[in-house]
Structures are given as structure tokens and as C-alpha cells.
Design a protein around this ligand. Structure first.
Ligand code: ATP
Ligand code: MG
Length: 650
């Protein structure tokens, strides 16, 4: 960005929290002032949510920035905090996980069960020679053993590296090699889209290419035939035969808990390293504050996969540290029917639903009749994460899932931040559709210009974090230089997130997409998010992606790809008419400068496997280049379809 981002989209709707929720909220408005008064004392109080085997001597050591140490000298065990202490408090019979397999099989796992399974897995891993500091790769479907495997690693101080179960042998082997993993935990397969989807062959291929792996632990899930070698061990013959007795040993607050690779939306994934005490403190606090989690009564459901940071922080560590009851679902949202998500909400009485804009926009495409067919009255709070949520998608979520009354927390954070950073507090904030609103108590986020100066209200620029936070990444695994380069060299003394943002007239934060994606049209910096939101505000559009393509007259021109809603007629002339209408609609909503040069109606958009739009591939298409790194792409046939449509012209 040469100057600041233009501020084009005007949004005036605002929704105060429901009075009843506000009155009973876990966190009230005074939390902001309390944290402002003394940020480190605030985080110390949040760390007291956890059980520490040994107290810290210093809250934060920032003597060697950007390498932070939180709760210096403190010792604790993450699995003890997520399991043992709840069982010791007499909560062993509380359901930890209501698990639902895609074929419809179910399991109910209490805290006592999860504790026992984790102790057995810890003993089994120890038996395979895994010791504190070793790396273990986890490549599993969404089955309870995925959480057990992570907790077992945490319990013995092994650093886990979860790799999303949909990734190829290439992606898996490069992650295994990067971390020199000693053990891989996998399954024969999982169920996806109504059929078994094998995992073991991918592991076999990946392991044969990387020298570090000594053992592979295999959960039997699908029962399909698998190839077998000396290094393979069935989970049911090792873990389930192991002793359920295991004493959790405390580890240093800065002991490496996990490595996780970013989603790969913008570039090659980075191996983000998270540690123990600060990470658990902030995930536990944010689950309590942002989801208003009441462990005695709530049934929480986060639809993310465990292979993403959202699954780490808000399926495993945050909710379990709070002793929550949650739903975990193995499969896809349209198997065997498009109401599957709402059927699960209905069946388990889900009270808190945390999902991604991609799912909401898909539901918009499928139509509101589908959620209307289920009883969603148990819901009391909705959340969103992963991408900017377009205001119309936000409104649809509130209207058709939230009965027009539930608060929505739009949570901004990254693999790197470890936990939620900018979000409404559901009992405090009057929310605006499309805005993540305010940095959480104890977090100092800001929007700055090119020079690193804070922009005034109404201005746009770069999102930065001014002060270290407990769950911050500690480095990029094995590459301190890249860590400093990527995040800490753009602005002096600030963490640069890579996202563009603006402050509205009230100082509330709006995320505007990646700075790499910002378009420069005739000297104006225009955000992809705002143009996409303008398109999605048209009644015929469910989802849109825009990119800037080189243009001889304007420098860059806006090229848009739009998915029509199920009801829209897009054949022949009707399609042409819709395109003309959409171009005018954008010009009317945002101003003539934002009028797309070209709009393509498409059936799908290229997305990462975590569901984020990959604009860099669309830019390659719009500029007739060969495609860049596609290893994190969900479905490569989408790109062929779009490219062939593109050759047809405007
Ligand atoms: P890579 O860094 O490899 O390109 P990625 O950034 O997609 O991948 P993640 O860490 O999974 O990997 O995603 C974090 C990013 O997702 C944020 O930087 C931001 O761009 C986007 N994001 C997440 N939540 C929100 C939100 N609530 N509003 C706007 N953007 C969001
Ligand atoms: Mg990123």
C-alpha cells in the first residue's frame, strides 16, 4: 500500500447485546479498564485460571524482543489442566465430547473417559520411546483420538505437529521433515462425503520419504485394508492395552507445546511454534470471555478441523481447560444432506456455535429453508472466524440461525496469535455486521499508516499489535530469521499481521483482507473485502472474490468472481444482465472507482482446505500466469474450470 486504504463501505446497523445475556455475562465492561490499568497484572490474574505446579517469577521477559517469555520460571502440565483437575474436582462424569461420526455413529466421552484415554496414550507413546521435546506428527480425521493424541503429547512434553487429514503425501512429508517427527499418529482413514477416505497410504508414502519417523500409530476407524510394516502399531493393540495410570509431570511455561503450519492462503506455510503457559492462559481466558462459556450448562460446538489453529485453541485447549461440554463432528456439512449442521445443533442442544464465513456463505447459497427445518432454539451465541465476514453474511447468520436476536462474535486472530485478539465481548459490545470491533482486554491492536503512525478514526492501513501477548508465537520452527523478517521488520517494535484494516468513525476495527491483496486502482487503494461485501449485498450473490489485475490505463483493474445464489437465473442473456447489474450495484454501493472491469459468474471459488479464498490463484488466472503453489488448495479442478471460463473473455 502506498498510502492508506480508502474507506468505501458504509455500515450503520448496530445491535446491542441481549439484556439477559449481558446481565449474566462472564466478562463485563470493566475488564477493559482493568486491563488498561495494568496489562501484565491482568494477564497474571488470567493465568490463575490454571493450576500451576510452580509459580512464575516474572510475568513477561521482553528483554530480547521479539523473542518473548511469559510466566518465566512457572511450571505446569497442559493435560493436567484440561483433564485431571476437572476429574479431581468431581466432574469426571461431565460429558467432554459428544462425538458424531459422518455415517451417524456416535460416542459420548466424559472427562473421566478422556483422562483415561489420554493417560493410556501417554504411556503408549512413552513405550515407543517418545520423551519430552520429541516431535510427534498427528494426521487424523475428526475423531476423539485426535484430541487424545494432542493431549497425550502435551502430557509427556512431546511437541505435536498436527497436519490436516486432507493434505497430500507431499504436504505431510515436508511437515514431518521440517520438524523431524519421530512418531506419526494416524488412522486407516476417516469418513468424508459418505465414503471412507484413506489416510494410511498417504502416511506410508510420506514416511518412506523422511528418515526421522521410527513408529506409526494407527487408529482403526474405517476398517479398510491397509498395508503394514514393522514400524506400524495399531492403536487398539498398544494404547488401549496400556496402563490408565499416569502422573503428569509439570513442564516449563516456555516448553514447546506444538508446531502448526499456517493455512497457506498467501504463501508457503510457516511452522508456527507455540509454548505452554502463555498459550493456555490466553486460550482459556478467551474461551471464557468471548464465548461466555458456562461449563455447567453450555453445549459448545466449533466446526473447525483439528488441523487448523481454531481446532487447537477452540476445540482442544480453550474449551477443555474450562471444563466445557462440546460437540465434535467428523464429516462434511452436506453429508448425507444439507441440513446436517442444523440437525446436530438440534440433536445435542448446542448453545454456542463457532464457525467460518465460508460455511455461512455456503448456507446462504443453499437457502434459508434448510436451517428453518430444524429447532435451533437452544442457540444463545454465534461466532465467526477465518476470514472477514461480509455484512450480508453476518445478517443472514443472525437472521436465519440466530432468530434475529443472538449476538455474533466476529473473532480476528491468526495461527501466529494463538488465540482470539480482536472481537466483541458478547455481553458488552453493541456489534456492527462485518466488524471485529475492539481488541480484547489486555491486547493492544492498532491500525497504522505506511510510517507506522496510528491512523485517525475513519482511516485505513495496516493492522499491528503493539505489545506482546501471552499466546503469541515464539518463533517460526527452526527459522528465527524468517520470524523476525516476516512479522517484526515492517514496523519498528510492532508485530505486523499482514492484514489491512480500517477504523470507523467510532474507532471500531474492520478487517479489509490481506495487504498483499489490496488493489491499487488509478491511485486508490481498494480493499478486496469491501468490493466482495458489496457484491454479496446483491440479492443474487452468495459469495464473491475480487483481485486486482494489471491494467494499461488504471494500473490495476478490479476483476471479480461471483457465485450466484441458488435462486438466481444465470443462463445466457440473464447471466449477462446480472453481470451488468452487479457492476452497477458495486459502483452505486462503493463509488465508481470500485466498479469491477470484469465479473465472472462461477460455481466455486478456489479455497484452502480451511475454507479461505485463495485470491493469489485468481490473480494468476486474471493475469494469464501459470498458477503458484497449489498444495494447500482444497480442490484443484476448481482452478481448471475457472481458467477455462476466463478464456471466454469478459
Ligand atoms: P498463510 O499465513 O499461510 O497465508 P492464513 O493467514 O490463511 O495462511 P491462518 O493463520 O489460518 O492462515 O489465518 C489467519 C488469517 O485469517 C488472518 O491473518 C486474517 O487474514 C484471516 N482472518 C481470520 N479471522 C478473521 C476475521 N474474523 N476477520 C477477518 N479476517 C480474519
Ligand atoms: Mg497468515
Amino acid at each position: 500500500m502506498s498510502e492508506t486504504l480508502e474507506n468505501l463501505l458504509k455500515e450503520t446497523r448496530q445491535f446491542p447485546p441481549p439484556a439477559a445475556l449481558a446481565a449474566e455475562a462472564n466478562v463485563k465492561a470493566d475488564a477493559y479498564a482493568e486491563a488498561d490499568a495494568d496489562r501484565l497484572a491482568f494477564w497474571e490474574r488470567q493465568a490463575r485460571r490454571l493450576a500451576w505446579a510452580q509459580d512464575w517469577e516474572q510475568v513477561l521477559d521482553w528483554s530480547n524482543p521479539p523473542f518473548a517469555k511469559w510466566f518465566v520460571g512457572g511450571r505446569l502440565n497442559v493435560a493436567y489442566n484440561c483433564l485431571d483437575r476437572h476429574v479431581e474436582a468431581g466432574l469426571g462424569d461431565r460429558v467432554a465430547i459428544h462425538w458424531e461420526g459422518e455415517p451417524g455413529d456416535t460416542r459420548t466421552i466424559t472427562y473421566a473417559d478422556l483422562h483415561r484415554m489420554t493417560c493410556q496414550a501417554a504411556n503408549a507413546l512413552t513405550g515407543l520411546g517418545v520423551t519430552a521435546g520429541d516431535r510427534v506428527a498427528i494426521y487424523l480425521p475428526m475423531i476423539p483420538e485426535a484430541a487424545v493424541a494432542m493431549l497425550a503429547c502435551a502430557r509427556i512434553g512431546a511437541t505435536h505437529s498436527v497436519v490436516f487429514g486432507g493434505f497430500s503425501a507431499d504436504a505431510l512429508s515436508s511437515r514431518i521433515a521440517d520438524a523431524s517427527a519421530k512418531v506419526v499418529i494416524t488412522a486407516d482413514g476417516g469418513f468424508r462425503r459418505g465414503k471412507p477416505s484413506a489416510l494410511k497410504p498417504t502416511v506410508d508414502e510420506a514416511v518412506s520419504r523422511s528418515g526421522s519417523v521410527e513408529h506409526v500409530l494407527v487408529v482403526r476407524r474405517t476398517g479398510e485394508e491397509v498395508a503394514w510394516s514393522d514400524r506400524d502399531h495399531w492403536w487398539h493393540e498398544t494404547v488401549e492395552q496400556a496402563s490408565p495410570e499416569h502422573t503428569a509431570e509439570p513442564f516449563d511455561a516456555e516448553h514447546p507445546l506444538f508446531i502448526l503450519y499456517t493455512s497457506g492462503t498467501t504463501a508457503k506455510p510457516k511452522g508456527i511454534l507455540h509454548t505452554t503457559g502463555g498459550y493456555l492462559t490466553q486460550t482459556a481466558y478467551t474461551a471464557h470471555a468471548v464465548f461466555d462459556l458456562k461449563p455447567e450448562t453450555d453445549v459448545y460446538w466449533c466446526t473447525a478441523d483439528i488441523g487448523w489453529v481454531t481446532g487447537h485453541s477452540y476445540i482442544v485447549y480453550g474449551p477443555l481447560a474450562n471444563g466445557a461440554t462440546q460437540v465434535m463432528y467428523e464429516g462434511t456439512p452436506d453429508t448425507p444432506h444439507k441440513g446436517r449442521v442444523w440437525e446436530i445443533v438440534d440433536r445435542y442442544g448446542v448453545t454456542i456455535l463457532y464457525t467460518a464465513p465460508t460455511l455461512i456463505r455456503t448456507m446462504m447459497k443453499w437457502g434459508e429453508d434448510i436451517p428453518a427445518g430444524f429447532d435451533l432454539s437452544s442457540l444463545r451465541l454465534l461466532g465467526s472466524v477465518g476470514e472477514p465476514i461480509n455484512p450480508e453474511a453476518w445478517m443472514w447468520y443472525r437472521q436465519h440461525v440466530g432468530r434475529g436476536e443472538l449476538p455474533i462474535v466476529d473473532t480476528w486472530w491468526q495461527t501466529e496469535t494463538g488465540a482470539i485478539m480482536i472481537s466483541p465481548l458478547p455481553g458488552v459490545t453493541a456489534t456492527k455486521p462485518g466488524s471485529a470491533m475492539t481488541p480484547l482486554p489486555g491486547i493492544s491492536a492498532d491500525v497504522v499508516d505506511d510510517q507506522g503512525q496510528s491512523v485517525p478514526n475513519g482511516g485505513g492501513g495496516y493492522l499491528v499489535l503493539r505489545e506482546p501477548w501471552p499466546s503469541m508465537l515464539r518463533t517460526i520452527w527452526g527459522d528465527d530469521n524468517r520470524f523476525v523478517e516476516t512479522y517484526w521488520s515492517r514496523f519498528d517494535g510492532m508485530y505486523f499481521a499482514g492484514d489491512g484494516a480500517k477504523k470507523d468513525a467510532d474507532g471500531h476495527v474492520w478487517l479489509l483482507g490481506r495487504v498483499d491483496d489490496v488493489m491499487l486502482v488509478s491511485g486508490h487503494n481498494i480493499s478486496t473485502t469491501e468490493v466482495e461485501s458489496a457484491l454479496v449485498s446483491h440479492p443474487s450473490v452468495a459469495e464473491a472474490a475480487v483481485v486486482g489485475a494489471t491494467d494499461p490505463t488504471t494500473g490495476q483493474a478490479i476483476v471479480a468472481f461471483a457465485i450466484p445464489r441458488g435462486t438466481a437465473d444465470v443462463s445466457g442473456d440473464a447471466g449477462e444482465a446480472l453481470i451488468a447489474d452487479l457492476r452497477n450495484h458495486v459502483a452505486k454501493t462503493l463509488g465508481p472507482i470500485a466498479k469491477p472491469r470484469q465479473i465472472m459468474l462461477v460455481a466455486e471459488l478456489p479455497k484452502t482446505r480451511s475454507g479461505k479464498i485463495m485470491r493469489r490463484l485468481l490473480r494468476d488466472v486474471a493475469e494469464n500466469r501459470s498458477l503458484g503453489d497449489v498444495t494447500t488448495l482444497q480442490d484443484s479442478s476448481v482452478m481448471e474450470l475457472i481458467s477455462s471460463g476466463m478464456k471466454g473473455g469478459k
